[in-house]
Ligand binder design. Structure first.
Ligand SMILES: [Ca+2]
Length: 357
C-alpha cells in the first residue's frame, strides 16, 4: 500500500512541522515589556480598525486571533470605525468566522460620511461573498453601532482591565469618550473609560520622534477629517497612551501564500497588493497595524523600544511631534529597534500563516 503509507507520512510530517512552528513561535514570544509587567494577566483587547482603507488591518486581526489561540490575549470585540466604505465590519466578521470565533462582538460606524472613501482591498466584493467566507452580514448598518458596542463592552469588564487598540481612525474612540450615560452604564464616556480602560495603544504619530523636531502628519491621526478627534483624545484621554510608530519596513504577505484559498486574510492581502501596487503576496507590504497589535500583546518584546520620556505636541493643522522632557508619564512613544525589520517580518509572517484552529 505505497500510496497510503506515503499519504500517512506526509500528514505526519505536516503535523510535526506545524507543531514545531507553534513551539518555536511560543518560545520566541518574550511576553513582557513596556506596556505589560511581569505576572500581569493577558490583555483584554478591543480592536478599532479601518480595514478596507488598507489590508494590514486584516493581518493585524489575524495576528490577534493567533495570540488569542495561544492564550496570550482575549478579544473582547472589534469596532470598524469607518463609514464611507461601509463593508469593513463584514470583513471583520468573515475573519472571525475563519478563525472559528463567529461570536466575537463586532460594531460599526453608522456615520456614512466619515472615513476613507476609497475601497482599496475590494471590501465590498468580499463582504458580499458570504458563500465563500461564511459570514452572514454585509453592510455596516447590520452591525451594532460602534459606541453602543464600546459602552456595553466596557460596562461588562472589570475595572482598569481593557486595552483599546486603534489601528485606524480616531473617531470611534472619540465618540466613546464623549458619550452620554445609557442603558449599559450610568457613567459618562469619560468616566467609563477612566474606570474600565487600562491603556490606549494607537498606531499613529508616525515619525513624530524625528531628530529634526519637524511637525508631521500621519494617515490615522490627521487624514479623512480625523485630526480634531485625535487632538481631543491626546489632550483629554484619561489613561495611558502608547503611540506606536513601527512596521513601515516590516513586510508581510509571503506567509499567506500557502494558507488555504478560503482564507479571507490571504484574499484581502492579495487584492490590496494587486489593486494598489500591482504586486503579489511574494512582494509583500508594510505592517504598521500588526506592529501595534504586537505591542499591545507582547509589549516591547524583541523588536520595539521606547523613546525617552516626553509627550506628543499636537496641532490639528500643522502636525505633531514628540517632545522629550517633562514629568508627565501618561504618554509613551514606541518605535522599532535598529536592524530588526527582517526578523520582525519573519516573526509576523510565521504567525499569520498558522492554521486557524
Ligand atoms: Ca489601519
Amino acid at each position: 500500500m505505497p500510496f497510503k503509507k506515503s499519504f500517512f507520512c506526509e500528514q505526519l510530517s505536516r503535523l510535526a512541522s506545524r507543531f514545531c512552528l507553534m513551539f518555536a513561535i511560543s518560545c520566541l514570544i518574550p511576553g513582557i515589556g513596556l506596556g505589560q509587567s511581569s505576572g500581569e494577566e493577558k490583555p483584554k483587547i478591543i480592536l478599532d480598525t479601518d480595514m478596507g482603507s488598507d489590508c494590514d488591518d486584516v493581518g493585524a486581526l489575524a495576528l490577534l486571533h493567533q495570540y488569542a489561540r495561544m492564550e496570550k490575549a482575549d478579544i473582547l470585540g472589534v469596532v470598524y470605525s469607518s463609514g464611507k466604505v461601509p463593508y469593513g465590519a463584514a470583513i471583520v466578521e468573515a475573519i472571525n468566522v475563519y478563525y472559528g470565533k463567529p461570536d466575537i462582538p463586532v460594531g460599526a460606524s453608522h456615520d456614512f460620511e466619515f472615513g476613507d472613501p476609497v475601497d482599496k482591498m475590494l471590501a465590498e466584493k468580499l463582504a458580499r461573498d458570504t458563500a465563500a467566507f461564511g459570514h452572514t452580514r454585509i453592510h455596516n448598518r447590520e452591525f451594532t453601532e460602534q459606541t453602543d458596542l464600546n459602552r456595553r463592552l466596557l460596562a461588562e469588564q472589570e475595572d482598569n482591565s481593557i486595552t483599546y487598540v486603534t489601528i485606524g481612525h480616531t473617531q470611534g474612540l472619540y465618540d466613546l469618550l464623549i458619550s452620554e450615560p445609557d442603558a449599559y452604564s450610568a457613567l459618562t464616556g469619560r468616566e467609563l473609560v477612566q474606570k474600565k480602560v487600562k491603556r490606549w495603544v494607537a498606531l499613529g504619530a508616525l515619525n513624530a520622534a524625528n531628530e529634526e523636531g519637524h511637525l508631521v502628519r500621519d494617515w490615522n491621526f490627521f487624514f479623512n477629517g480625523t485630526s480634531s478627534y485625535t487632538a481631543y483624545l491626546i489632550q483629554h484621554f484619561p489613561k495611558e497612551i502608547y503611540l506606536v510608530d513601527a512596521g513601515s519596513k516590516v513586510l508581510t504577505g509571503k506567509g499567506l501564500q500557502n494558507t488555504p484559498a478560503g482564507n479571507i486574510v490571504r484574499t484581502a492581502y492579495r487584492d490590496w497588493l494587486w489593486n494598489v501596487e500591482k504586486k503579489t503576496l511574494q512582494d509583500q507590504r508594510p505592517s504598521w497595524d500588526l506592529a501595534a497589535v504586537y505591542f499591545a500583546v507582547e509589549g516591547l518584546g524583541e523588536f520595539l523600544k521606547a523613546a525617552p520620556q516626553g509627550n506628543l505636541e499636537f496641532d490639528p493643522e500643522k502636525g505633531c511631534r514628540w517632545v522629550t522632557g517633562g514629568n508627565a508619564k501618561s504618554q509613551f512613544f514606541i518605535s522599532e529597534k535598529a536592524d530588526i525589520s527582517q526578523s520582525f517580518s519573519e516573526y509576523l509572517n510565521a504567525l499569520i500563516a498558522l492554521p486557524p484552529q
